[in-house]
Design a binder for this molecule. Sequence first.
Ligand code: CA
Length: 217
Amino acid sequence: MRILLVEDEADIADALLRFLRARGHAVDHAADLETAGAALDVAEYGAVLLDLALPDGSGLDLLRDQRRRGNRVPVLIATAHDRIADRIAGLDAGADDYVVKPYDLAEVEARLRAHARRASGDPAPESRVGGLRVDRAGARLFRDGDEIRLTSREWALFDALLSARGRVLSRQALEERLYAFGDAIEGNAVEVYVSRLRGKLGPDAIQTRRGLGYLIP
Ligand code: CA
């Protein structure tokens, strides 16, 4: 999924970026409120990790502003371990959850995914698509107990469609969920990944609505 990481400490940001990208997420990084606000205005994120103490102000102001404008994207705030008041203020400002620094990268990623699943209307860690069992928490797919191996991009596309299950997503909408700012997007990447997924999952796992896009029914 596409994640917005708002963090001004370069070491922390680098570690998170590497970790999240290695797990197939498209991650945009903003080191201040202004950049974060601009990114939220134009991109649709699956989840946001928001540091509170930023060089141009408090992440709480950005969070309140986004909620006031109706943005319901899942937001996790990052707080120092001794700042309980920050956590409370963050939750009251519309955060979905918090993580405490220094955090465990795997736990942060799992929380981001869990909140994104919940926001998409299906918090269950497992679902079924046709004859497939989907382990969304583990990012794995099985048919009759046998794992079908997907690349991280193939999984990202499948997961994006599953998060919008029953709705058609256009090629552009899928590209926005698969790529961060600055990523090189091959012109027909979505078609290529859909075709590969059909090859692995069967022809009916992903449906095409001609001229509109794709869906998992
Ligand atoms: Ca900070």
